[in-house]
Design a protein around this ligand. Structure first.
Ligand code: DC
Length: 221
């Protein structure tokens, strides 16, 4: 069984490239950020501060988060309802990043992520896949790009979803999220020692995909 771990900061192109890679090999694509986003959304709905360790911990056992692949792509369910679109909202990104710093949240979500890789070949993206979730992954890739390029890509992505933000707003929120995700004590974002670094700053999507494919083909050969 193959597992491909793709980590990196937001806007590096992880989800687009990971999904394309999964399609290329006909493997499952697991977007782990979606489950942190689902917890963030649950906090918003429950009017719980996403940095409040005690209240978020109390909320966890009441949540039922599951990933559904029956339609060919990942759908995220929160208490039985499909929240896949709602969790993409920009304000949920911040809440997801906040809850992801809490140890009980990470522990609670670990089994769900490992289960997704247990029975089939997967391409899984996130922040700690190579370092914590799948330390035995067949191939590990650390995908990155400069904050400026990531902010421009993210701004474009939000615009396509009807959310109009200035470059400065998006850059600032990306930088805060980078600091949050890399600076936390629990499973911080970092490149695993045995991960291949792929910097997509100067690459088009097709070029980045070709480079990723090369890394993966070499890794599974
Ligand atoms: O990949 P994303 O932007 O959808 O992730 C949202 C947040 O979730 C991100 O800021 C950090 C957190 N996250 C994490 O801590 N570990 C993961 N494996 C995936 C996401």
């Amino acid at each position: 069984m193959y597992s491909i771990a793709i980590d990196g900061p937001s806007g590096a192109g992880k989800s687009t490239l990971a999904k394309r890679l999964a399609d290329e090999f006909n493997w499952a694509y697991v977007d782990t950020g979606a489950i942190y986003r689902a917890v963030g959304l649950a906090c918003e709905r429950g009017e719980i501060c996403a940095t409040d360790l005690e209240r978020v911990s109390e909320l966890l056992p009441k949540l039922n988060i599951s990933l559904d692949y029956s339609g060919g792509s990942q759908r995220t369910l929160l208490n039985g309802l499909d929240v896949s679109d709602e969790i993409r909202r920009d304000d949920i990104s911040k809440l997801a990043s906040d809850v992801s710093a809490l140890a009980p949240v990470r522990a609670y979500l670990l089994g769900l992520q490992r289960d997704a890789a247990r029975s089939h070949n997967v391409v899984m993206d996130g922040r700690d896949i190579a370092t914590v979730v799948l330390p035995e992954a067949t191939v590990k890739v650390y995908l990155t790009a400069t904050p400026q390029v990531r902010a421009e890509r993210r701004r474009h992505e939000l615009l396509l979803r009807g959310e109009n933000r200035t470059f400065a707003q998006v850059l600032s929120s990306i930088q805060k999220r980078d600091a949050n995700d890399s600076g936390r004590a629990e499973a911080p974002l970092r490149q695993a020692e045995d991960a291949v670094l792929l910097d997509t700053t100067e690459l088009t999507l097709d070029e980045a995909f070709a480079a990723l494919l090369e890394i993966v083909r070499t890794g599974i050969a």
